[in-house]
Ligand binder design. Structure first.
Ligand SMILES: CC(C)(COP(=O)(O)OP(=O)(O)OC[C@H]1O[C@@H](n2cnc3c(N)ncnc32)[C@H](O)[C@@H]1OP(=O)(O)O)[C@@H](O)C(=O)NCCC(=O)NCCS
Length: 335
């Protein structure tokens, strides 16, 4: 074996992307009939106009499978070629088995392992990092990385503080080994000291389901909005800057930013802090989806690719923030 061949780097590249959104759309006008809010308030404070809501018999795994099918078709990869399935979700169908197992069965994938990555809204960038590292280590050649959420199942529909924000959906990418880049960098972090500003209190081993947890609505997302907002901005700026620096690039070298779609004002503040003109390269689809947690980046990436806004050789920055606290950024070259 020639020396340069021995030392050649294996990159993980995104070769296919797809997304799925449930049919039902819940508009701000619909929400006005449910809680004391207004379209004007929601649009001004968040940028959200509508969100998709899964049917009662439609679960996270169904949406994950639908998105994955599209990503596989886009990549021209058959299910039997998939060796690993990573599903980023904080709303799995069940505590166990993992949603990844249900995706394996649903797609008829043979000879793959899989598991869920639980890191709230930062789950997708975390899962991408792991899948990419496993591919770069030469352990596997093809992975499915999915972000899928049914947040409507854990939303308190009587709380105007939170119910206006969230939506359901799934996005997926196919990652494959290549000698061309690929993932250029990744930067991830967590800080559990602030876990109580954004969390889902009950349903785990601390507060198993009881009449009281149901009565107190503890099986739904709890959030301190203002605190979350401030920390999200600072953390996403740091994650973006660090990921870009680790890629050996400047922010001006980035062609498109696909941020976690949490709130228009959060993303605008991040873009302003990252530099002049950065707002122009940020892809947003939040107004039609709301915050879909781990699904938001792959749904946005899929729409950005479908709209022709991502071109071969483009440097893509993905950056996210979520409950945990958890955050991450990564720079990718579009093949
Ligand atoms: C939730 C969020 C939109 C609230 O906006 P805000 O400007 O911080 O508003 P506040 O929470 O300070 O509330 C301001 C007022 O609006 C009211 N309000 C809250 N939700 C409302 C709603 N849906 N409709 C109308 N009024 C509302 C509050 O009760 C408060 O009224 P008061 O002044 O009489 O007490 C904002 O804090 C936010 O986006 N935070 C980050 C959320 C997020 O992205 N979480 C996920 C991260 S991954």
């Amino acid at each position: 074996m020639r020396r340069e061949h021995m030392s050649s780097k294996i990159y993980a590249t995104i070769t296919g992307v797809g997304h799925y959104a449930p049919e039902k759309v819940l508009t701000n006008d619909d929400l006005e009939k449910m809680v004391d809010t207004s379209d004007e308030w929601i649009v001004t404070r968040t940028g959200i106009r509508e969100r998709h809501i899964a049917a009662p018999d439609e679960f996270t795994s169904h949406m994950a499978i639908a998105a994955a099918r599209k990503a596989l078709a886009h990549a021209g990869v058959a299910p039997e070629e998939v060796e690993a399935i990573y599903v980023a979700t904080c709303t799995p169908d069940m505590v166990f088995p993992s949603t990844a197992c249900l995706v394996q069965a649903g797609l008829g994938i043979k000879n793959a392992y899989g598991y869920d990555v639980s890191s709230a809204c930062a789950g997708f960038v975390m899962a991408l990092d792991t899948a990419s590292a496993v591919i770069s280590a030469g352990r596997i050649k093809t992975a499915l990385v999915i972000g899928a959420e049914k947040l409507s199942a854990v939303t308190d529909w009587t709380s105007r503080n939170t119910c206006i924000l969230f939506g359901d959906g799934a996005g997926a990418v196919v990652l494959q080994a290549s000698d061309k880049p690929g993932m250029l960098s990744s930067y991830l972090g967590v800080d559990g000291n602030l876990s109580d500003i954004l969390y889902l209190p009950a349903g785990g081993s601390k507060l198993p389901a009881s009449e009281e947890t149901v009565r107190e609505r503890l099986h739904t997302v709890h959030m301190a909005g203002r605190e979350t907002f401030k920390i999200a901005v600072n953390t996403m700026v740091d994650a973006a800057q660090t990921a870009v620096a680790r890629a050996g690039l400047q922010i001006q070298d980035i062609d498109i930013i696909v941020p976690h779609q949490a709130n228009h004002r959060i993303v605008d503040a991040v873009a302003t802090r990252l530099g002049e003109g950065v707002r122009d390269i940020v892809f947003m689809n939040l107004e039609r989806y709301g915050n879909t947690s781990a699904a938001s980046i792959p749904i946005a990436l899929s729409e950005a690719v479908a709209s022709g806004q991502v071109k071969s050789g483009d440097n893509i920055l993905m950056v996210s923030f979520g409950g945990g606290l958890s955050w991450g950024g990564g720079v990718w070259v579009w093949p």
